[in-house]
Design a protein around this ligand. Structure first.
Ligand SMILES: Cc1cc2nc3c(=O)[nH]c(=O)nc-3n(C[C@H](O)[C@H](O)[C@H](O)COP(=O)(O)OP(=O)(O)OC[C@H]3O[C@@H](n4cnc5c(N)ncnc54)[C@H](O)[C@@H]3O)c2cc1C
Length: 421
């Protein structure tokens, strides 16, 4: 059986290595548009500021395996489900018996950046751009990070930690709005400001000023910000154009079953590109842990008569923002009941979103105790007992913070309320 995997990010490599492990006698071909593959995208911010050597970016990819062919620097241009073949740019055609689509997302860039080329502007997405940004940042240390997503926030923190002047610019009223409640984002924003990061909210990008072909200022929300580097983290969107006409797309999206199978039973999808249809919802967690678990499951399901459903679709994500620990357990849900506890003076907030007594998401900031247990409760999808709901209370002794943030530990216990999101 010939197996091809499109995309050599975390999902693609996890799928390739799982296929090789399950069927040691069968060859796998992995195809990726980038020249280099098999690296931790999540570590690019640390690499860009020189905090991580390049060799530490790469994860093991089974590169001594004679039955794993990795083709890099070439893009898949078309897929033909009837003849079970795909075409590469350059015209070569390859046949497959099973196909896994794991081609992730391309960076979304605001239209204004499509103007004439200007030095000092880099999307935060891939190793090629991260290398360029790293070299540029050596002499250009006044940085604007555009986009208040997790990628934008963690990049801003690493830049600041490395001593650069940083402004984090977001179009809406808060950072991390898709991941956290506004109350939680306020805790993070206060911490970032304490680190010396300027946060500009309600600030859409309006104009770029350049001199000598390099950026020197940005107009955001009616105000000019001086800068000599712009790092863009305004999100990603999968490029599914090469799947048009295949019948695999619904409204341009690659919708898959809970077993990650597409509408063609020979084709599976995993990672950022896959939109999982489950219990009437369309879920695309877009996280590294999900790329790993989905890549593995897609490969396992290739060989099953009945695909096993993906059981863990939460968007759990753990991060340390220069001394402020944070675990995101799932985004706010419209109309959900919120149980929250906060210690405002210690940068702690813990919240859980409940729908009909079931935990559906939450966040732990500054005190991440019981994160694993709470995550398991969310996955169990059952009604919580009062004792389990009590797990969200902070444990002061486990608060992680930097000395300059210490202070009185007065507890501010907020009463349950309805989420207004
Ligand atoms: C800077 C940064 C920091 C991040 N930090 C975190 C974090 O802390 N925690 C977290 O959970 N997530 C984080 N993420 C998100 C996480 O990296 C992604 O969710 C994950 O990498 C998705 O993996 P993937 O394999 O689905 O897609 P990708 O990693 O995007 O890989 C897809 C690959 O497919 C290739 N490709 C695309 N189209 C084609 C084609 N037509 N033909 C051939 N190849 C193609 C691309 O070149 C790419 O190499 C971060 C992302 C970035 C950029």
């Amino acid at each position: 059986m010939t197996c091809i995997i499109v995309g050599g990010g975390r999902a693609g490599f996890q799928a390739a290595m799982t296929c090789r492990m399950l069927r040691p006698d069968q060859a796998v071909t992995l195809i990726d548009a980038e020249k280099e593959t098999g690296y931790y995208r999540t570590l690019l911010p640390q690499f860009m500021v020189g905090a991580l050597p390049e060799e530490r970016l790469f994860f093991p990819t089974g590169n001594n395996d004679p039955l794993l062919t990795v083709r890099t620097g070439v893009r898949v241009k078309t897929v033909d489900c009837d003849s079970r073949s795909l075409t590469l740019e350059g015209g070569e055609t390859l046949g497959y018996d099973r196909l896994i689509l794991a081609h992730g997302g391309d960076p979304y860039l605001p239209g204004i950046l499509a103007g004439p080329p200007c030095h000092g502007i880099f999307p935060i997405r891939d190793l090629t751009n991260a290398r360029r940004a790293k070299a540029w940042l050596t002499d250009h240390r006044q940085v604007v990070v555009l986009g208040g997503s997790l990628v934008g926030v963690k990049t801003a923190v690493h830049l600041r930690q490395a001593g650069l002047a940083v402004a984090l610019v977001v179009r809406r009223g808060h950072i991390l709005l898709r991941a956290l409640s506004p109350e939680s984002t306020e805790v993070i924003e206060a911490h970032l400001r304490g680190l010396g990061i300027e946060i500009c909210v309600n600030a859409p990008l309006e104009e770029i000023s350049a001199s000598g072909g390099a950026i020197d200022a940005l107009k955001v929300g009616g105000r000019w910000l001086s800068c000599n580097t712009l790092l863009v983290a305004t999100g990603t969107a999968p490029d599914t154009s090469f799947l048009e006409g295949t019948g695999l797309l619904t409204d341009g999206k690659l919708i898959v079953s809970p077993g990650l199978q597409t509408s063609d039973p020979r084709i599976f999808a995993a990672g950022d590109v896959a939109v999982i249809s489950s219990r009437g919802e369309k879920i695309s967690p877009n996280t590294w842990p999900q790329a790993v678990s989905q890549g593995r499951l897609a490969a396992e399901n290739l060989y099953r008569a009945v695909p096993t459903p993906h059981r863990d679709m939460t968007r759990i994500n753990a991060m340390d923002l220069h001394g402020l620990a944070m675990v995101i357990l799932g985004p706010p849900v419209s109309g959900a009941e919120v149980i929250s506890h906060a210690r405002a003076d210690a940068f702690v907030r813990r919240e859980l979103f409940l729908v009909a007594g079931r935990a559906v998401g939450g966040a732990l900031i500054g005190d991440i105790t019981a994160a694993g247990t709470i995550h398991a409760l969310i996955n169990s999808q059952r009604q919580l007992t009062a004792r389990e709901a009590g797990l969200i209370r902070p444990r002061t002794e486990n608060v992680i913070r930097f000395p300059e943030q210490t202070g009185r530990r007065a507890a501010l216990i907020l009463s349950p309320k309805r989420s207004s999101l």
